[in-house]
Design a protein around this ligand. Structure first.
Ligand code: FAD
Ligand code: NAD
Length: 482
């Protein structure tokens, strides 16, 4: 096979594999270089998301949620489940099976679309050439008219808590515990800290989250963040804000090993002892050794590849997408960038609407949002109306005994155009998507209010929140009427 392609993609995570498939669909001779491999040296596709991110974490979240429901909620439905136990290795094996099915799925899609997968580590050289170092150490040079860099990201490590993959782990290690730790520490009350902290808390661990910032989830709408802190604390997470970790010491041997973490908070120096510690303080782009200095591709101070709004670098025909470029590190953002780049290579004018990226934290209840928060609108000095509706009076939520949380919709005071939607509640990830679509079509809250929603459904809370923006909610007393 010739080593000249129309498109070479480096990295087969959500950004890279989607870009590669779309390029092939558009008729380009496409190769995708991926360094993740199995024991036999075969490339494993899907990147962080399928292997150690979105999918395995959600598998554990769903397993642990069912366990917690059986323990705490079944009884309210009249179901007694006295001897419910959790077989942790079986839960982990189920997760691994789902990961295997999905990564194999990408492999099948590559072969169906005629994307050539190349196992090895790619490095961009000058002149749109890519040096591929195979797993046996041999090298090969390939070239293409267009290159898409999609090397993704890795966890950030901090000096006070070096990862030993035994007692101190990152998010990948936290997906592989063989038993439930009695005392689990989590550094970082971000998305990973709250999701994986919830998994092990539901299974019986005493979970303490140490967060350096004084505010809880500062990027989330403040009203929703407060509600989230209240609910997660009620579930058993011990959340310590303003806790700056200064050091750690592992003591003991074998199964009696533990780690003492030192931190300072408003009350001065503190110590806490844990059986396992998860470090979840953010991720960084994986761009060291990705581009040769002579390639012309620029990295910023934090290691992100510098691109414009359409993911083009300064080198004609070289693009970058996903976690290695600016913007939120989210699989769906990377996938849309992958599609945009492929279609732009084909001469189309596809764009990504970065103002409408949906965000979800998969705790229970889920926290999901799109658009502006109330605090952002206040900072911008924009006039807005608010509509909220609590799940505690939504019939479907009551039927399911899943009534924590609310829907909040923000709309422009003059035009009524929806500016943001913030949900904490059951199935918030799916509910917020209704508003993403509405906002893509520049809907007003009245448009949503005039739309028919099925009954009984959780989405009626979205409908009622939209009606409440203008004081028209039917199933609750409006704060103001019009
Ligand atoms: P990656 O998925 O990191 O893929 C990059 C690929 O490139 C990898 O396969 C890597 O091996 C390969 N690669 C790197 N360098 C080279 C090279 N030089 N040569 C060849 N191959 C190379 N996001 C969500 O949207 N929803 C979630 O629920 C969610 N949950 C998450 C849970 C966890 C625990 C973690 C860690 C992340 C989660 N994320 C989630 C984030 C999501 O996984 C990332 O945003 C997404 O995977 C980024 O996609 P990407 O293609 O840019 O990079
Ligand atoms: P994050 O940025 O969400 O949270 C990191 C937290 O750690 C922040 O609250 C930060 O203030 C805190 N922190 C940083 N340094 C600290 C220190 N020294 N001591 C104590 N706290 C410290 O990052 P994450 O949770 O590691 O997730 C990484 C990325 O993965 C995120 O960008 C996220 O978008 C993505 N992700 C997404 C999902 C999802 O979409 N559901 C799930 C998991 C991960």
């Amino acid at each position: 096979m010739s080593n000249k392609y129309d498109v070479v993609v480096i990295g087969a995570g959500p950004a890279g594999y989607v870009a590669a498939i779309r390029c092939a669909q558009l008729g380009f001779k496409t190769a995708c270089v991926e360094k993740w491999h199995d024991d036999k040296g075969n490339a494993v596709y899907g990147g962080t998301c399928l292997n150690v991110g979105c999918i395995p974490s959600k598998a554990l979240l769903d397993s642990s949620h069912k366990y917690a429901e059986a323990h705490k909620d079944f009884i309210t439905h009249g179901i007694s489940a006295d001897n419910v136990t959790m077989d942790v290795p079986a839960m982990i094996a189920r997760k691994a099976k789902i990961v295997g099915q999905l990564t194999q799925g990408v492999k099948s899609l590559f072969s169906a679309n005629k994307v050539e997968g190349i196992a090895g580590t790619g490095k961009l050289l000058a002149g749109k050439k890519v040096l591929v170092t195979k797993h046996d150490g041999t090298t090969e040079e390939i070239s293409a008219d267009n290159i898409i860099l999609a090397a993704g990201s890795v966890p950030i490590n901090i000096p006070p808590t070096p990862i030993d993959n035994d007692i101190i782990v990152d998010s990948t290690g936290a997906l592989e515990f063989s038993s439930v730790p009695k005392r689990l520490g989590v550094i970082g009350a971000g998305v990973i800290g709250l999701e994986l902290g919830s998994v092990w808390s539901r299974l019986g661990a005493e979970v303490t989250v140490l967060e350096a910032m004084d505010a809880f989830l500062p990027a989330v709408d403040t009203q929703i963040a407060k509600e989230a802190q209240k609910i997660l604390t009620k579930q058993g997470l011990i959340i310590k804000l303003g806790a700056k970790v200064t050091g750690s010491k592992i003591t003991g041997k074998g199964k009696s090993k533990s780690v003492t973490v030192s931190y300072t908070d408003a009350n001065g120096p503190q110590e806490a002892v844990f059986d396992k510690l998860i470090v979840a303080v953010g991720r960084r782009p994986l761009t060291e050794n990705l581009v040769d200095a002579g390639s012309g591709v620029e990295l910023d101070k934090r290691g992100f590849v510098v691109v414009d709004d359409s993911c083009a670098t300064a080198v004609p025909g070289v693009y970058a997408a996903g976690d290695i470029v600016r913007g939120p590190m989210l699989a769906h953002k990377g996938m849309e960038e992958g599609v945009m780049v492929a279609e732009r290579i084909a001469g189309k004018k596809t764009q990504v609407n970065y103002s409408l990226v949906p965000f979800v934290i998969y705790t229970h209840p889920e926290i999901a949002w799109v658009g502006k928060t109330e605090q952002q609108l206040q900072q911008e000095g924009r006039e807005y109306n608010i509509g909220t509706f609590p799940f505690s009076i939504n019939g479907r939520a009551m039927a399911a005994n899943d009534t924590d949380g609310m829907v909040k919709i923000l709309a422009d005071a003059k035009t009524d155009r929806v500016l943001g939607c913030h949900i904490i509640g059951p199935s918030a990830a799916d509910l917020v998507q209704q508003i993403v679509i509405a906002m893509e079509f520049s809907a007003s809250s009245e448009d949503i209010g005039l739309t028919m929603f099925s009954h009984p459904a959780l989405s009626e809370a979205v409908h009622e929140a939209a009606l409440a923006v203008n004081g028209h909610a039917v199933h609750m007393v409006n704060k103001r009427k019009r």
